[in-house]
Each structure stands twice: as structure tokens, then as C-alpha cells.
Design a protein around this ligand. Structure first.
Ligand code: PEP
Ligand code: MN
Length: 332
């Protein structure tokens, strides 16, 4: 439900409303203008109680299963800010880097190269969800330390995946944005822990998740009181082995019409083929994405993970050099 405060509402009125929501089992989120409160959960009795409180202009049921993520709660796209980077604003945000942190030399060289190529954030996995238990699983905390070093050298904020609720605290010490991977999109304890981390959270769409399930996963993070949530379309499982996944570009304008959360497109996992990354990156922006997540490696043929879909820094430059103009054209 949505609670609309009236223009004369005081701080005390707002505090009372929040207390009644909490006591009634609801989860509250205050919209940026402060006058609208989204409520997840709660029942008709809670709605009636809220409607009778001083400072409340009205209570409406949105009919949405994900009230905190919905456009009904917030008409403007949410802005998620890390350092000087604003995700969801007019400028497209490019997150780039290796699939996996492999070594100090590999990460630092790649980090400097993606920065020079126009990236705004550095990506890189330290804890890796690998299909095979025998594949390289990532450097763990040592990888996080290398990401922090790369951030110190380049000034690029860092996004990295967290796979376990028990590791959210550790990863949040190093990361500027926590990534929930597609395999974990429905790991609800993990989503809840990420929601309590104090860090922005990017929720990648599960490889067989509907858009509704994806938005409900984001809702778990929001329901913990964390408004800094980003969605990422990274392809769903199709039938054709010619591509690794089917990048669902229609999901971008769909998610953006249903939700105020910014949407990022990942053309790397969405195709699995480096030769398709540039076209699908630009197509993602044309579909209205707020930014891109792209795997870049200085020597893709030697990559320990996802080399086939990793592009060279020079190819990233070709994407970033077109991105701002393309987004402006779409927004116009
Ligand atoms: C990744 O970004 O490296 C990754 C593992 O992505 P996904 O969860 O989309 O497979
Ligand atoms: Mn990868």
C-alpha cells in the first residue's frame, strides 16, 4: 500500500506512521520527496489504522505484489549513488572489468585499462559461482583486497558478487556495490542480508526467472530498508546453443515501466560471445538501460573464467564512446 502524507504533516506524524507500520508487520520505505511512504506487507486493518493517523492524507492499495519496487510508489527512476557515480540518471553508467580477479597484475592492468576506456565502475569476482566444483572458485578475500587496491589506484568504485549470507559483512567492507548473481536471485536469506548491509545491491535476473520473480527478489532487499537497489538483465536460458543465454531486451523497458529501479544490461553473460557484446551493449542502451556491465580482459584467451565473452579494453572504448549519445537519443 501507499501512504500519502499531507503537506502539514510533522516529523512526529511521520514517526508515528512508521511506528504503526512496523507494529503492524509492514515494511516501510520513504520516497525521496518524503511525502509518500511505500508499505510492503501488512493487512487491511493496518491500512485502516494508518488512514486514521494525523498527518495522513490517504492510503491506497497499489495492487502490486512488489509495492516498494513499483512505479506506483515512486514515479521517478531511483538514483543509486556510489562516490560520484549516479546510476539511474541521464548519463549511462559503465561497469567493466574481468569476470574474475585472477592476480594482482591482471586486475590492476585491467582496472587501469577500463578506466582509460571510459568505465565508471570496476567489476570483478572474488567469490565465483562456478558450474563445476573443480573450476577456479576465485581468490576469495585476497581477491577483495586486490579490488580495494585497484579502487585506490584508479578511483573506480567496485562491484563484486557475494554468494553467502555469512559473507555479506566481509564483502561489504570492500565493495561499493554488492552483486547478487543470477544463480542466487532466489536465495532469500542472502537477499535479506544484502538488504541489511548498508551497501547498494545489484540483483541479476535468474537465468530462468520471470520479470515478476526478479522484481520480487529486488523487493526482498528493499523490504529490509535498503532503497539502493539496481536490476541487471543478463540473459535467460534459451534453446539455441549458438549463444550462451538469450539477452531478454524486452525485459528492460518492461522492468522500467513496472519499477522505478535502475536497470543495467549485461551483454557478456547475455551472449557468451565477445563478437556479439558490442551490438547487444548498444542495443541494451537503445532499449532504455541505465548502464552496462561488461566483462573485459587484457588477454581474453588466457582468462581463467569467461574468456570467450570477454572483450579487450579497445572494444570497450568503442562502446563507451557511443553510449552517452545513444542514451540521450533514446531519452529525447
Ligand atoms: C558474473 O557477473 O560474473 C556472473 C557470474 O554473472 P551471472 O550471475 O549473471 O552469471
Ligand atoms: Mn562471468
Amino acid at each position: 500500500m501507499i501512504v500519502q502524507m499531507n503537506s502539514e504533516a510533522t516529523e512526529a506524524d511521520l514517526a508515528r506512521v512508521l511506528a504503526v507500520i512496523a507494529a503492524g508487520g509492514g515494511r516501510a520505505q520513504i520516497a525521496p520527496d518524503g511525502g509518500v511512504i511505500g508499505v510492503g506487507g501488512g493487512n487491511g486493518a493496518l491500512a485502516a489504522a494508518l488512514g486514521a493517523l494525523p498527518g495522513v492524507a490517504g492510503v491506497s492499495q497499489t495492487g502490486s505484489k512488489y509495492p516498494l519496487s513499483s512505479r506506483a510508489f515512486q514515479a521517478e527512476t531511483s538514483l543509486v549513488q556510489v562516490g560520484e557515480v549516479v546510476i539511474g540518471g541521464p548519463a549511462p553508467v559503465i561497469m567493466a572489468g574481468p569476470c574474475t580477479v585472477e592476480s594482482e597484475a591482471q586486475l590492476l592492468e585491467t582496472a587501469h585499462a577500463v578506466r582509460a576506456a571510459g568505465a565508471h565502475l570496476l567489476r570483478g569476482g572474488a567469490f565465483k559461482p562456478r558450474t563445476s566444483p573443480y573450476a577456479f572458485q576465485g581468490l576469495g578475500e585476497a581477491g577483495l583486497r586486490l579490488l580495494a587496491r585497484a579502487r585506490a589506484e584508479t578511483g573506480l568504485p567496485v562491484i563484486t558478487e557475494v554468494m553467502e549470507p555469512g559473507l555479506v559483512g566481509l564483502v561489504a567492507e570492500y565493495a561499493d556495490i554488492l552483486q547478487i548473481g543470477s544463480r542466487n536471485m532466489q536465495n532469500y536469506p542472502l537477499l535479506r542480508a544484502a538488504g541489511r548491509s548498508g551497501r547498494p545491491v545489484m540483483v541479476k535476473r535468474g537465468l530462468a526467472a520471470t520479470v515478476e520473480e526478479w522484481l520480487l527478489a529486488a523487493e526482498y532487499v528493499l523490504a529490509e530498508g535498503n532503497p539502493q537497489v539496481i536490476l541487471c538483465e543478463r540473459g535467460i536460458r534459451g534453446f539455441d546453443p549458438a549463444v550462451r543465454h538469450t539477452l531478454d531486451l524486452a525485459a528492460v523497458p518492461l522492468a522500467k515501466s513496472l519499477s522505478h529501479l535502475p536497470v543495467i544490461v549485461d551483454p557478456s553473460h547475455g551472449t557468451g560471445r565477445r563478437g556479439l557484446v558490442r551490438a547487444m551493449a548498444l542495443a541494451g542502451l537503445a532499449a532504455g538501460a541505465d548502464g552496462l556491465l561488461i566483462e573485459v580482459h587484457v588477454a581474453p584467451e588466457a582468462a581463467l573464467c569467461d574468456g570467450d565473452q570477454s572483450i579487450l579494453p579497445a572494444e570497450l572504448r568503442e562502446i563507451t564512446s557511443r553510449a552517452a549519445a545513444l542514451r540521450a537519443l533514446v531519452a529525447a
